[in-house]
Design a protein around this ligand. Sequence first.
Ligand SMILES: *[C@@H]1O[C@H](CO)[C@@H](O)[C@H](O)[C@H]1NC(C)=O
Ligand SMILES: *[C@@H]1O[C@H](CO)[C@@H](O)[C@H](O)[C@H]1NC(C)=O
Length: 441
Amino acid sequence: MSRRGGSAAACCLLCIGLVGNLNGIATAGPGFSRQLPCVFETSKFIPLSKETEIIRLNVRLLLSGTGSKGGQRPQPENLPPDKIPSFIVQESSADILPYANEDIEMLDCRISPYYTAGTQIVWPGRDIRASSSDAWFTCTITHTAGKYTTTVFLVQERKEKEDPNPGQLLPGIGEQLHVSAPLLVHSSPTLRRSGLAQDVWLHCAFSTAHRAEATVQWVLQQKGGHRKRLMAYSGSSKRVEGLAGRAEMVLEEIPKGNASLLLRNTEVRDEGTYSCSVSVASLTAEQAIQLQIEEKPTVTVNVNSLSLVEGEQHKLVCNIRHYYPHDIQVQWLREPKDSWKVPDVVKNVLSSSHRQSSNGTYSSSRYFLLTASLRDNGHRYTCRVDHPSLRSPIRRSVTVEVREATSSAWLLLLLLGLAVSLLGALWYHHRVRSTAKTKPY
Ligand SMILES: *[C@@H]1O[C@H](CO)[C@@H](O)[C@H](O)[C@H]1NC(C)=O
Ligand SMILES: *[C@@H]1O[C@H](CO)[C@@H](O)[C@H](O)[C@H]1NC(C)=O
């Protein structure tokens, strides 16, 4: 009975960032409280090349606020005098305004036709005969910093003999499309990061123009490719069906438009794409939230301080434990006494392979053999670890103290003394022989 709006919404999402926004002004003329620059995207089949061409057109979405009453059509003189087609959203619609009230530079708005492929979309409060020729659109408003995504269905209610070609926008013609928004689904944020063993809310909200029974479903697409149904709520039975442990929904909240999912005690295998799909009558809108597990490493170094004799060797080991995901940057640095100097990166550092614990976290180590030289005295060796879970790198340091090798120094002096006396003896011998030579008679 339901056609899925997911594919249309996904198409909108794919094209994000390809087309720049109009430099729209946030507030519109009287009667509108918000004007949002949007890109209208549609595809056209070219029979000769058998290819489809994507057509993009700058349009605007006009939202009326509390100023105009009772779905009254705004007066044309209130519209900016240009040739940009306008989607004028009527009052009796799902409330888009809260999701369009951000800094306009941060919002990406796409509108696409929603092809009903001949099937009639039945909607509460609509005469079935009248709805057969309606033009449907999906509008996706995405916050470019990942704060949220909102998908709205728009319908241009067409009366017979009014417009022979609904939903066919022509470039350069300042058309006005009066639309209403029967269903809106909103998720925030679009990327959710969480540590292990946490309780996480995945926020999904919906709004309808008419009182209607909504059916909600949460599905997880795991990283490995498995699809798992987590939760289902049926509007007719008013019951929540939990299909997986650790996932919950608040039953009383759902009829109010709050379809948020609570995931308890997160695990590594919870990573993936969560989609919240809301069906009302024969419309289904879907919104996806990415869940990324990030667990901070604990970093230790095998010694706190080192006191070595010149020439002595010591293994410095940096242990990095229980982090997730796998990608990690580890460096051993040799830091000079003057802290303003750039530290040297220690070469010849070896690493152990990553070991994985039963909870999915990784551990590994980085080590090198330090041969003490007097130049190292007072220097610090630092293990610096950077990981996606960290705001700034973790640093663990060892201060190295290097003493002169006293015993060998005595030996050296002794050898030097011997050498000197040997040289002295040789020189004397030479003198004696040469004096002997200069006596030819
Ligand atoms: C939805 O309900 C949950 C549980 O009561 C609450 O924590 C959350 O803030 C609600 N979300 C919205 C958007 O109201
Ligand atoms: C993961 O498992 C390891 C070893 O069993 C444990 O030390 C670590 O604390 C666990 N991490 C979390 C977040 O539970």
